[in-house]
Every structure is written in structure tokens, then in C-alpha cells.
Write a protein that binds this ligand. Structure first.
Ligand SMILES: *Cc1c(COP(=O)(O)O)cnc(C)c1O
Length: 397
């Protein structure tokens, strides 16, 4: 048995807000501001450069990496932190291609998050060796895993629909044809049970500002399967991935573990905040969290469908085939979401017509879900979204 959920007392959510966007930017953990303040004033301000040793800054990326490893079913030392997820995608992909020099196909799917696909395109251009990126529909991916494929790179949970790939089955299929497997866990870490070690995949990457509540710009992470890490060639061979950064050697010599996937100076302020945020996961049983997430999202679907016939479910109805989010399609989804947000229920909108809601059992309960559905019903049945002010697009949707 894990600690009981939710743990609302650990977070600062504004009064009157029901936050259904923790899949995009998590909420503020209570200890975060104090931790940032301490790092700035006492450590940076008071100890200056000594803080790399005296305040544990140098060890922090690995300490946080080990905590993340635990959350994704990976052994200590197998996860490195830093940079952003897009960079980690690039590194994993570059390393994976090096492992299969005789193959030219990168297989992803057309439901993947654009940045993952853009990074693949950029890498292909840089390498300039006739690599090809294939993006079939998500449901056709398994069949598209052929012996031409060097790397299968997929995001487990679809950012728009919440549809979830079967990690074990796809990894197995990739390995059967000799392809390398990369999983993007952006919408999985802290949302669903992940067993990286059990999956046998070579790489995983993810971010920490979504379900893990690390805050805007929080560092990303990368997992490399321990038995292959010594043969992995880092494409971005920065000094902090070096085996001995302060030896100041003229040539690059990678660190022995996943630390070789680090690049430059770690973001200490953000890492400290993330370390604080991860305390909310202490004692949480991921199976219980997943069960709570499924209960909340099933309840949401039932409540919204009963109240809002104009909305069309755009996520799998089967909770086992979904991550921790539910999407509804609606032609006027953008203004509708603005009107809903204006009434205290925060979700988001993804082009062209998706209204997206995330479920975070650490700080949501059944009463929140019913209250949110009532507000959505009010906006939809009274067509509040027709008001002009909701029809002006912001830069971030
Ligand atoms: C959120 C997300 C990203 C964002 O990448 P950043 O470099 O952190 O901005 C990339 N890929 C996926 C699958 C995501 O869900």
C-alpha cells in the first residue's frame, strides 16, 4: 500500500481553480519556492563557486537522475538529467543510428509530438547520408517495423488523444527485426506505470515539467540500457559528459555510465526545484496512482458525455488503452476552452479541434471532476464560447 491519494496538501493550486492541465505543465509543489530561494540566496549568493562542492551542486544531476530512474522502473545510474527533451531525442536517435550503421530508416508515427519529428529531420540533414524518416499512422506502426528499420522512435502516450502504444509488444517487435527502440516518456513519466528495465528497450527520454511538476524549463532525462551504455557514442560530446571534466583533457573520453549523455553545465536552480517536486512521489504506489487516474478519467468521460452531447470523445474509451488524459473534439474547441478556463477549469487546446484534459491523481479527486464537468456543461449548453473575447488566439494554446 502506498500513501493515500490525492496529496493536495503538497501543492499550491490557486483557490477556485480545477487544474486539468498537469499533463502539459504541472502545478507548483509547496517546497519549490523555498528551495529556489535557498539555492539563490544561501548557495549561489553566500557560497558562490564553492557551492558546486559545498552545496552538492555537482552531484545533483545524478541524484535527481536516480530518483527519476526509480519512477520509470530503471536501475540507479541509468538515467542522466539536463537539457530539454528535444535535445535528448536528438542524442538518443544519433546514438541509436550509430548502432545500426547498415540501416537507413527511422520509424516513428504521425501522432508523435512535432518536436521529436523535427529533431529527427534535423539529424538526418546533419548526417547527410540518405536517412529516411517514416511516419505511418500510429495503429500501423507495428506492421511497419521491418528489417530496413534502424530505429523505432515512439512516444508511448499520444499528446493529442492519449492513445497508448503497447511498449512491451512494440519493443519486442523492434528487437525481432534487429531495430533499436527509443521510447519518449513525456506523457508517461508520473502518469502510467513504466518498467524500462522490463521492456528491454535501449533508450528512453522524457521531460519533467508535465506530470512530474518540475516547473517551466525543468531538465529532461535520458535512460540508456546499462548493458549497452559503454558502447554508446554521444553525438553532443560536451565536457560534463566526459569521464573527468576537471582533468581538462584535450580529447573527449565519455563517462562510463549514462552520464555520458550529459552535455554542459547543469541547470542547478531547476534541478533543485525538481528534486523538491519529486518528494511528492515518495511512498506513492504507481499501480494505485494508475488506478486512480483511470477512475478519474472514466468519471470525466461519463460526466461530460452525459452533459455535453456536442462533444465527441477523441481518446480511446478503454482506460487501459489511454494514458492519463482525455480529449474531446469540437469544431469551436479553441474558444470553448478559453471560456472554460475563464470559469476556473484549466485544460488546453491542440490544433485543429482538440480540447484536452489531463488527470493527475496527486492533486485531483472525484469531486473536482464532477465540478469541472458542471462548468464545461455550462459553457457548452449556453454557448458562452461565442463571446468575442474567447475568439482571440494567444501564442500558447
Ligand atoms: C512535451 C513534449 C516535448 C517537448 O520538448 P521540449 O524540448 O521539452 O520542449 C517533446 N516531445 C514530446 C513527445 C512531448 O510530449
Amino acid at each position: 500500500m502506498g500513501v493515500s491519494l490525492p496529496r493536495k496538501e503538497l501543492f499550491d493550486v490557486p483557490e477556485g481553480v480545477i487544474y486539468l492541465d498537469g499533463n502539459s505543465l504541472g502545478v507548483l509543489p509547496k517546497g519549490a519556492a523555498e528551495r529556489a530561494q535557498k539555492t539563490i540566496t544561501e548557495e549561489w549568493g553566500g557560497q558562490l563557486i564553492k557551492a558546486w562542492n559545498t552545496a552538492g551542486w555537482m552531484a545533483l544531476p545524478q541524484v535527481v537522475g536516480d530518483r527519476l530512474a526509480d519512477l520509470i522502473g530503471a536501475p540507479a545510474g541509468s538515467v542522466a538529467t539536463g537539457d530539454t527533451l528535444s535535445i535528448k531525442v536528438y542524442q538518443a536517435l544519433a546514438a541509436a543510428l550509430k548502432m545500426r550503421p547498415d540501416r537507413k530508416v527511422i520509424l516513428s508515427d504521425n501522432g508523435n509530438f512535432p518536436s521529436d519529428l523535427y529533431m529527427a529531420e534535423g539529424l538526418i540533414k546533419t548526417l547527410d547520408q540518405d536517412y529516411e524518416l517514416r511516419t505511418p499512422a500510429p495503429e500501423d506502426v507495428a506492421e511497419a517495423i521491418t528489417e530496413e528499420v534502424a530505429v523505432v522512435m515512439l512516444t508511448q502516450v499520444d499528446y493529442r488523444s492519449g492513445r497508448m502504444h503497447d511498449m512491451d509488444a512494440i519493443t519486442k517487435r523492434a528487437h525481432e527485426v534487429g531495430a533499436v527502440m527509443i521510447w519518449d516518456l513525456a506523457h508517461s513519466a508520473g502518469a502510467v506505470q513504466v518498467d524500462m528495465a522490463g521492456s528491454n528497450a535501449e533508450f528512453a527520454v522524457g521531460c519533467t515539467y508535465k506530470y512530474l511538476n518540475g516547473g517551466p524549463g525543468a531538465p529532461a532525462f535520458i535512460y540508456v540500457r546499462p548493458d549497452i551504455v559503454k558502447n554508446i557514442e554521444p553525438a553532443l560530446s560536451g565536457w560534463l559528459g566526459h569521464d573527468a571534466p576537471f582533468a581538462m583533457e584535450l580529447n573527449y573520453r565519455p563517462a562510463s555510465a549514462t552520464e555520458r549523455m550529459r552535455v554542459g553545465t547543469p541547470p542547478i536552480l531547476q534541478l533543485g526545484v525538481l528534486q523538491e517536486a519529486l518528494k511528492a512521489w515518495d511512498g506513492v504506489d504507481m499501480a494505485e496512482l494508475r488506478a486512480a487516474s483511470q477512475r478519474l478519467s472514466d468519471l470525466f468521460i461519463n460526466e461530460v458525455e452525459a452533459r455535453c452531447p456536442m462533444l465527441t470523445l477523441a481518446s480511446p474509451r478503454d482506460a487501459n488503452a489511454r494514458g492519463s488524459q482525455v480529449s474531446f473534439a469540437f469544431e469551436h474547441g479553441y474558444p470553448a476552452m478559453q471560456a472554460i478556463i475563464d470559469r476556473g477549469v484549466i485544460g488546453d487546446f491542440r490544433a485543429p479541434n482538440i480540447m484536452r484534459f489531463g488527470f493527475t491523481p496527486l492533486y485531483l479527486d472525484d469531486a473536482d471532476i464532477v465540478a469541472a464537468a458542471e462548468i464545461i456543461e455550462d459553457v457548452m449548453s449556453n454557448e458562452h464560447w461565442r463571446e468575442d473575447k474567447y475568439n482571440v488566439r494567444s501564442r500558447v494554446t
